[in-house]
Design a binder for this molecule. Structure first.
Ligand code: GSH
Length: 201
């Protein structure tokens, strides 16, 4: 049994989607978090080191996992039969790890730099500007429907729900490739089930 420490309409929501896709046994533990408007507070019941969401607890081992790419990898490794991420030794494992880590180390920092209007001087940061990052993503999705090719995987949950959340925001470069990708992701039955379980805010 997995416990997902969750706050509705945050980065933890996509892990309800992943857990639904995996068919994994899970429970939601709704916690409070600090919001950007100054309201809210860290929940003492949340084991995340900074009181953020998502975090999960694997109740088989007692282990706590945090950071979205780590949680995605942990869950797809733990529930391999669902085929939502190549396991060690399987073809595509390298691409899977690369897209997972690229999400947290390049794509999110790129979006946040743009949102904060603090452009990154070339060559100094560990990431690139959002236009360059999105060129890479769009290049991959122009060739195949999903980031790992023809097969949907947990990386598509991270990327697809992020792009869906941006909607018409100027942060996300306009692209029919991305529009089609978002549609493929949010049309999945597990997405609708996750939305229904999401909880109100
Ligand atoms: N790098 C983390 C980011 C987690 C994160 O910042 N979550 C937000 C909600 S979307 C949060 O918990 N904010 C509360 C806070 O920063 O204290 C991940 O991807 O898991």
């Amino acid at each position: 049994m997995i416990t997902l420490f969750h706050r509705p309409k945050t980065r933890s929501s996509r892990f309800i989607f992943l857990l639904e896709e995996l068919g994994a046994p899970y429970e939601l533990k709704e916690v409070t978090i600090r919001s950007s408007d100054g309201s809210g507070a860290i929940d003492p019941d949340n084991p995340h080191p900074h009181g953020k969401v998502p975090a999960i607890r694997d109740n088989d081992t007692g282990e706590i996992i945090y950071e979205s790419p780590a949680i995605a990898l942990y869950l797809t490794d733990k529930f391999p039969k669902a085929g939502l991420g190549p396991t060690v030794g399987q073809k595509g494992r390298g691409a899977y790890l690369s897209w997972l880590v690229y999400y947290g180390s390049v794509l999110e920092p790129a979006f946040i730099s743009k949102f904060l209007n603090t452009p990154v001087p070339r060559g100094t940061a560990g990431w690139v500007v959002v236009e360059e990052a999105m060129e890479h993503v769009i290049g991959a999705l122009s060739k195949t429907p999903y980031l790992l090719g023809d097969t949907f995987s947990a990386v598509d949950i991270l990327y697809g729900t992020t792009f869906a959340m941006f909607g018409q925001s100027p942060l996300l470069p306009k692209s029919p490739v991305i529009d089609g990708y978002i549609k493929r992701i949010v049309e999945r039955p597990a997405y609708a089930r996750a939305q229904a379980k999401e909880g109100a805010q």
